[in-house]
Design a protein around this ligand. Sequence first.
Ligand SMILES: C[S@@+](CC[C@H](N)C(=O)[O-])C[C@H]1O[C@@H](n2cnc3c(N)ncnc32)[C@H](O)[C@@H]1O
Length: 303
Amino acid sequence: MKKDIVRSPFFYVGDKYKLMPQLLRLFPDKIDTYIEPFAGGGSSFLNTKAKKYIVNDIDKYVIELHRFISSYAGKSDELIQKMYDTIDSYGLSCSYRGIVVPEELKKKYVKTYYSHYNKEAYIKMRNDYNSNEDMLLLYLLLIYGFNHMIRFNGEGQFNLPVGNVDFNKNVYNALTAYLKFMSSNKIEYYNMDYMSFLNRIKPGKKTYVYLDPPYLISGSEYNKYWDEDEERRLCDYLDKLNDRGVRFGITNLINHKGRVNETFLAWSKKYKSYNINSNYISFNDNTVKADSKEVFVTNYGGA
Ligand SMILES: C[S@@+](CC[C@H](N)C(=O)[O-])C[C@H]1O[C@@H](n2cnc3c(N)ncnc32)[C@H](O)[C@@H]1O
């Protein structure tokens, strides 16, 4: 990974961290206002230079976490100390500070010792979060939880089981890099459906809109918000942006596991389409890589 690419401290499912070196080469050279309607963990905006950032996601917890963590811009030591105090008060492991799982547990559960060691403390922390909704606890649940995901049941209770990971060097590095970015940049957050957001923001000629929507033909948790009608609605909207002279770039999957995203493929022919050397590997099946084609489509630049 290129040294200067920053990873979001959300370690978001489907994040664009690994693809950013390729995407950045295709982004415009100069961006005044950067607009991202499907921002997720933020790995894209964190790596893009602009004068101002306006980002949105429909998931209220993701946006609340962005707001919470970025409220510590310029005070990263304070936030990280609060995290350490909380980690210690629950008795969780913290490999970044050398608070590690005992050797005998490591030998007994060779590949799953973090989850065995942290399970009880994690469940206590999850119960506490479900009664007090403290954002710091939600962030730590994401760090110690299964696959770094955020998932709630129908009653609004966080319900992921413990994961096999803890607060390590990657978490520390991602948090400090994120807070460094936040201390020197201006970000506005929105928590809306992408279309309401775009209608509210009304991107103009000086803006750049980067879109990383749920992939219609893949199977992610957040695809519950997405279907064929949404895909068309988005493509129609992008045609309007193009008519207004606003630059956009959008990533999407064209082929995946024998499926073809016909709607997007037909639409993309009007614009410039670049193949992205994708790291797309299904969560359940790592054999599908060769069968997947990910693209970046833009209405500006290039041949
Ligand atoms: C592929 S992910 C974006 C990942 C992001 N680029 C990153 O690097 O972390 C797609 C995001 O779209 C959001 N989303 C899904 N449907 C939406 C909608 N109708 N309006 C706005 N956001 C939506 C999901 O919550 C999810 O965070």
